[in-house]
Write a protein that binds this ligand. Structure first.
Ligand code: AMP
Ligand code: ZN
Length: 664
C-alpha cells in the first residue's frame, strides 16, 4: 500500500467511526484507538501535504480563524413556521389547507429541535458550505465552524443527488451544555444562559478550534434541490439518514389529525427523556406535490405548522398592576414583575387579562406568582403561591376610572373587559383609531407611520383622521424629527389616499366588527356612504352575511354626531365615499354565484383591477382551484400546478380577453 492509499484508508475508517459514534451513537472502537488512528493520519498529512483534502476528518479539530463571515444568498429561501398551540388551531389549519388540495392528505410529524437553523450545501457528495438562516434570504457562511461538528458528514455515502441543500438545526445537548457551564463555573466566569443561545452563538465564533471543543450536534429535517429522487418529506428523511446525516428516528407519518394529536401527546410527555431541548412538533404535508399546491405566504409555508408545547413556568414577584387602554377603549391589566428568565427570555411583564381573572386567582401586588409563556407574545400569570403570601398584602380592587383620561369605566353585560367610554377624548383611543385608518390594509398612507401619528396627536396637530387632510407642510416642519422631505412625503401620501376605493375607506373608518370582508359586502350592497348611513338595523340584517351584531354597530356608528361630522369632512376633502359612477354603471350581476381564480401576469388590466371587475359584476375571487371554481383566468406564466389542477378538475381556463368579453 502506498502513502496515498494509506491516507485514504485511514480517512475512510475514521469517517466510519465518526458516523458510528456521533450519528448512530454506537461506537465500535474505543476512544483511545480512535485517537491513535487520528494521530497517525495527522502525521501522514503533515508529511505529505500534496494529499490535502478540505474534508479530511483531521480538520474536525478546527484551527481556521474567520474574521468576517461572508454573506451568502440562499438558493431556496429559508422560511419561518406558523405556530399553533391547541388541537382546535390544528384543526383550523387542516380545514384551511383542505380548501387548497383535494384528496387524502398525509402528514409527517417531527420534533421541533430548539437550536440555530443551518443550511448545508453538498456537491458530488462533499460538504460545500454551511450557511446560517440570517434573514431567510441571506445568511452567514460558517463552513469552517460547521466542519468541526462531528455529526455533520463531510463526505456522503450511498446514492445521493449531485447537488442539494439540506436543512437542520445546530443544537447543544443538555449534558454537553452542563459540562460547559461547569468549566465556566470553576473558572469563575459567567454561565451560559441556555443551550439554544449558546449553540447559535457558537456558530459565529471566529476561532473554529473553540467551536470544535463544544459538543454541538446537527439534526437534519429537510432536503431542497431540483430533481430529487423522492416525492415525499418522509422519504427525504429516510434518504438523508442513508447518506450519513443525523435524522432523529422520532419522525412519523400520520394519516389524519387524530394520529397527529397522538404523536403530540406522546412527545409532550416523552420529550423529557430526550438528550436535547425540543419546543414542539412540526407537522408537514407529506407529499411534495401537495406542498407545491399549497405554496407559501409572505413568511411561512402553508404546508407546515409548528405545534408548540406548553412551556415551562417560572416563579417571581408581582410588584405592581398597571392598566393599558386599547384602540377600542378596552382595558387590559398588566402585571409588572421582578425580571425573571423564562425559557431563555427575560420576562418583566405579564398579561392579567381582565378583572375576573384577577379576582378568580386573588392576585395581589407583592404576591409570588407563577408565570407561563403560552401562545401569546406576552406571558401570563397562571397562579399565586399562597404559602408565600405575607399578611399585609392588600386585596386588589380593580380601577374604576380610565388611567389615561380619568373617565369612569363601563362594563357591559357579557363583556369580559372594562371599557373607557370616552371614545372621542381618550388619547390611546384617538391614536389607535388613526393608526388603524392609515394602516396598510386600510388607507395605506405612505410616509406616515404609527409613531408619527402619536407624535401628531401629542402635539395637538390632529385629533381624528379627518384632521390628516388639513395638515400642511408648514404645520409639520416645526415638529421634532420632521425634515422637509418627510413632511412632503406625508402630505403627498395623504393626498394620494383620496383615490382609495370606497370599500377600503369604509373599512378604514374603524366601525366595530366591520372588517375588510364586511366592508366590501356593505359597499357593494349600498354603493354609497349616504345609503349605508340611512339603513336601519332591520334592513342591514337582510344583507347577505350581515348579522345583528354588525348591524347594531353600523347603526350606532352613524347615529353619532361626531361621526357624522367626520364623514361630512371626508366628503369635502374628496375621499371616495361612494362607488364611482363609472364603476357603478359597470356593475352588474352577470357573474352572480360564480367563483374565479386568477393566475399569471396580465396586460390590459392589473391583477387587482381584474379582481375588482369580478367583484363588481357579482362574482367571487378565490385563491385556490376546486370543483366549485367556475373559471380560471390565466395570464402569462400561469403556475404549472394551477394549470394541471384546473385541467384535472375540468375547470375552464380562459384568457383576459375572454373574461373582458364575458362582462362587456
Ligand atoms: P420559528 O423560528 O419559530 O419560526 O420556527 C421555525 C424554525 O424551526 C425553523 O427555522 C427551524 O430552524 C426550526 N425547526 C426545528 N425543528 C424543525 C423541524 N423538524 N422541521 C422544520 N423546522 C424545524
Ligand atoms: Zn380613557
Amino acid at each position: 500500500m502506498n502513502i496515498e492509499q494509506k491516507i485514504n484508508q485511514l480517512r475512510e475508517e475514521l469517517r466510519e467511526h465518526n458516523h458510528n459514534y456521533y450519528v448512530l451513537d454506537t461506537p465500535t472502537i474505543s476512544d483511545y484507538e480512535f485517537d491513535l488512528k487520528l494521530k497517525e493520519l495527522q502525521e501522514l498529512e503533515t508529511n505529505h501535504p500534496q494529499h490535502y483534502d478540505p474534508n479530511s476528518p483531521t480538520l474536525r479539530v478546527g484551527g481556521e480563524i474567520t474574521k468576517n463571515f461572508k454573506t451568502v444568498t440562499h438558493e431556496f429561501r429559508m422560511y419561518s413556521l406558523a405556530n399553533s398551540y391547541s388541537k382546535e388551531e390544528l384543526e383550523d389549519w387542516e380545514k384551511r389547507i383542505k380548501k387548497f388540495v383535494d384528496g387524502v392528505i398525509e402528514y409527517t410529524c417531527e420534533l421541533k429541535y430548539d437550536g440555530a437553523s443551518i443550511n448545508l450545501s453538498y456537491e458530488n457528495g462533499e460538504l460545500l458550505r454551511g450557511v446560517t438562516r440570517g434573514d431567510g434570504y441571506q445568511g452567514d457562511d460558517v463552513t469552517t465552524n460547521i466542519k468541526t461538528i462531528k455529526s455533520v458528514p463531510l463526505k456522503l455515502k450511498g446514492n445521493f443527488p449531485k447537488r442539494f441543500d439540506i436543512r437542520g438545526e445546530i443544537i447543544l445537548p443538555f449534558e454537553g451544555f452542563a459540562k460547559m457551564n461547569k468549566t465556566r463555573e470553576e473558572a469563575g466566569e459567567d454561565l451560559y444562559r441556555n443551550p439554544r443561545n449558546t449553540a447559535s452563538g457558537s456558530l459565529k465564533l471566529q476561532d473554529s478550534r473553540e467551536v470544535a471543543k463544544r459538543p454541538l450536534e446537527c439534526l437534519l429535517y429537510s432536503i431542497k434541490g431540483k430533481g430529487l429522487p423522492f416525492t415525499t418529506q418522509f422519504e427525504g428523511l429516510e434518504n438523508a439518514r442513508e447518506w450519513g446525516f443525523k435524522v432523529p428516528k422520532a419522525a412519523k407519518i400520520a394519516r389524519n389529525m387524530t394520529e397527529v394529536m397522538d404523536y403530540i401527546n406522546y412527545w409532550d410527555i416523552h420529550r423529557y427523556d430526550l438528550p436535547y431541548e425540543t419546543d414542539g412538533v412540526v407537522i408537514k404535508v407529506n407529499s411534495f406535490y401537495q406542498q407545491e399546491e399549497l405554496g407559501y405566504t409572505a413568511k411561512v409555508p402553508r404546508w407546515a405548522i409548528a405545534f408548540k408545547f406548553k412551556s415551562e413556568q417560572a416563579v417571581t414577584i408581582l410588584h405592581k398592576i398597571t392598566y393599558q387602554v386599547g384602540r377600542t377603549g378596552a382595558i387590559t391589566p398588566v402585571a409588572n414583575l421582578e425580571p425573571i428568565d423564562l425559557a431563555g427570555t427575560i420576562v418583566k411583564r405579564a398579561s392579567l387579562h381582565n378583572a375576573d381573572q384577577i379576582e378568580k386567582l386573588d392576585i395581589r401586588e407583592g404576591d409570588t406568582v407563577f408565570v407561563e409563556k403560552g401562545g401569546e407574545i406576552i406571558p401570563k400569570i397562571v397562579g399565586v403561591d399562597l404559602e408565600k403570601r405575607t399578611k399585609n398584602l392588600q386585596h386588589t380592587s380593580y380601577i374604576t376610572h380610565c388611567p389615561k383620561c380619568n373617565t369612569e369605566l363601563v362594563r357591559k353585560d357579557g363583556d369580559a373587559k372594562h371599557f373607557c367610554p370616552n371614545i372621542m377624548g381618550c388619547p390611546p383611543q384617538i391614536i389607535g383609531r388613526i393608526q388603524h385608518f392609515i394602516s396598510r390594509k386600510a388607507m395605506d398612507i405612505e410616509g406616515l407611520g404609527g409613531e408619527t401619528v402619536a407624535l401628531l396627536v401629542e402635539n395637538g396637530l390632529i385629533i381624528n383622521y379627518a384632521d390628516l387632510y388639513d395638515l400642511t407642510e408648514d404645520k409639520l416642519i416645526p415638529l421634532e424629527r420632521m425634515a422637509q422631505k418627510s413632511a412632503e412625503n406625508l402630505i403627498n401620501g395623504v393626498e394620494a389616499s383620496k383615490q382609495i376605493t370606497f370599500e377600503r375607506v369604509l373599512f378604514s373608518l374603524g366601525i366595530r366588527f366591520v372588517g375588510e370582508t364586511v366592508a366590501k359586502k356593505l359597499a357593494r350592497h349600498y354603493k354609497s356612504i349616504n345609503a349605508l348611513a340611512n339603513a336601519s338595523e332591520e334592513e342591514l340584517i337582510l344583507v347577505d352575511e350581515i348579522g345583528d351584531v354588525i348591524a347594531k354597530s353600523v347603526v350606532s356608528f352613524f347615529s353619532s354626531e361626531e361621526n357624522k361630522t367626520l364623514i361630512d369632512r371626508l366628503k369635502l376633502y374628496g375621499l371616495q365615499l361612494e362607488i364611482s359612477s363609472e364603476r357603478l354603471t359597470n356593475q352588474t350581476d352577470k357573474l352572480e354565484g360564480k367563483t374565479f381564480v386568477v393566475s399569471g401576469i396580465f396586460f390590459k388590466v392589473t391583477r387587482n383591477e381584474l379582481k375588482q371587475l369580478i367583484e363588481d359584476n357579482g362574482g367571487k375571487v378565490s385563491s385556490s382551484i376546486s370543483k366549485k371554481t367556475a373559471y380560471v383566468i390565466a395570464g402569462e406564466n400561469i403556475g404549472p400546478s394551477k394549470k394541471t389542477k384546473a385541467e384535472s378538475l375540468k375547470v375552464p381556463i380562459i384568457t383576459e380577453d375572454e373574461f373582458l368579453l364575458m362582462i362587456s
